[in-house]
Design a binder for this molecule. Structure first.
Ligand SMILES: Cc1cc2nc3c(=O)[nH]c(=O)nc-3n(C[C@H](O)[C@H](O)[C@H](O)COP(=O)(O)OP(=O)(O)OC[C@H]3O[C@@H](n4cnc5c(N)ncnc54)[C@H](O)[C@@H]3O)c2cc1C
Length: 349
């Protein structure tokens, strides 16, 4: 039996029957053949997962651990540099590598944990930029056809923390995911011509505090983002967590206006499909910032982050999440959806 505790950033005690390291995309056919119909799950950096399998109930699936490595330059197009990055590379290390090459576009996404291959799954985003704004294509192994396939960006159905890889009709059940992302193609700008996105969550103020006047360099933006993130979010190495535990809810305009009238401090952002509320604000206003339940807790500096103080199980953490969902529902009439993937999912028992 394999312990998964060190392989998830919530450091939840979880086990699996076996783990297979995926090191070469050319080896995926042999892996598929040897797996046959056995249940499988895909693991990257484990930074967006709640693992429920405990020692006497290990996860009933072979864990495929993405360790595909390599970064290559593709031919330039329309003055943009095209890069293909293998799915098992560290996301943050890749962002810093692009900046060191004088390439811009990913600086706002610095310091997001996890792998490049997982980045398209929930269309990672931060500080006004989403992965979908910067990529060209996603390459994947298809366990159904047992072949390599490619999705152009516009075929990925990217949305807020969403892509087609999260749709059960496409990706299948939790223990038989159809596509394993092997690589992602990016189109990046030369630093001098890149779009600058600094109007979000204190970024331009931080650049000002850093003494940066005028148009900031992409690397300066990355450093500002890194310093803001270090202030707001716990480093999983110091305090186990999976980043934002809930998505910001998108609600009808009527409900948003009614809530805003009652709670003038509530941040509300207009979206194409409704009004986005701040989940962290709702949790804090429900009086839950810093609360603890067993070893699980709400981070005392950012209410959107749930943490493992050391002894929490997946069950404890999900119990706390449920308490938060119910408290916010009864206070504001809004149900918070969890962001990390729960394995096995709650309905799977
Ligand atoms: C401190 C902290 C801060 C964070 N900040 C942000 C943020 O600002 N913005 C944001 O969007 N997210 C954030 N996250 C969440 C997380 O970092 C991202 O979702 C990241 O992309 C997850 O990568 P991973 O490799 O760890 O994926 P994992 O946790 O290993 O997997 C997540 C899901 O993707 C699936 N998956 C993983 N790799 C593949 C693959 N190659 N092919 C198919 N499916 C795959 C898994 O099966 C699972 O369902 C944060 C997390 C932490 C701990």
């Amino acid at each position: 039996m394999i312990s998964l505790t060190a392989l998830n950033t919530l450091r939840l005690p979880a086990y699996a029957e076996s783990l297979v390291a995926v090191r070469q995309s050319s080896g995926l056919l042999a892996i598929s053949e040897s797996l046959g119909d056995r249940p499988r799950v895909i693991l990257g950096g484990g930074s967006n997962l709640v693992l429920q399998g405990i020692a006497d109930h290990p996860l009933d699936a072979v864990v495929l651990h993405n360790q595909l490595r390599g970064i290559v330059r593709l031919p330039e197009q329309d003055g943009l540099t095209r890069i293909r990055c293998a799915g098992g590379e560290s996301w943050h290390a890749f962002v810093m590598w692009t900046l060191a090459q004088g390439l811009a576009g990913l600086e706002n996404l610095a310091l997001i944990p996890g792998t490049v291959g997982a980045a398209p799954i929930q269309n990672i985003g931060a500080y006004g930029v989403e992965l979908a704004d910067r990529i060209e294509a996603v390459h994947a192994w298809d366990f159904a056809s047992r072949d390599h396939v490619m999705f152009a960006r516009d075929d990925c159905r990217f949305g807020y923390r969403h892509s087609l890889f999260k749709e059960p009709e496409v990706q299948g059940p939790w223990n038989a995911p159809r596509f394993l992302v092997t690589a992602v193609d990016f189109s990046l700008w030369p630093a001098a011509r890149s779009p600058v996105v600094t109007g979000y969550a204190g970024l331009s103020e931080r650049l000002g505090q850093m003494g940066i006047q005028g148009r900031p360099q992409p690397l300066q933006i990355a450093h500002a983002v890194i310093s803001l993130r270090r202030e707001k979010l716990p480093d999983p190495e110091d305090l186990a967590n999976a980043g934002s535990f809930f998505k910001n809810p998108v609600v009808p305009e009527g409900l948003a206006s009614a809530l805003k009238a009652q709670h003038p401090g509530l941040p509300v952002y207009s979206q194409a499909d409704g009004m986005k509320l701040s989940a962290g604000w709702l949790i804090e206003a429900a009086g839950l910032k810093g609360v603890r339940k067993g070893g699980a807790g709400v981070y005392d500096r950012h209410a959107l982050v749930l943490v493992n103080h050391g002894t929490a199980s997946g069950h404890d953490l999900l119990g706390l999440a449920r308490d938060i969902q119910q408290a916010v529902m009864s206070r504001f009439g809004v149900w918070l959806e969890t962001e990390p993937q729960i394995l096995p999912p709650l309905h799977a028992g």
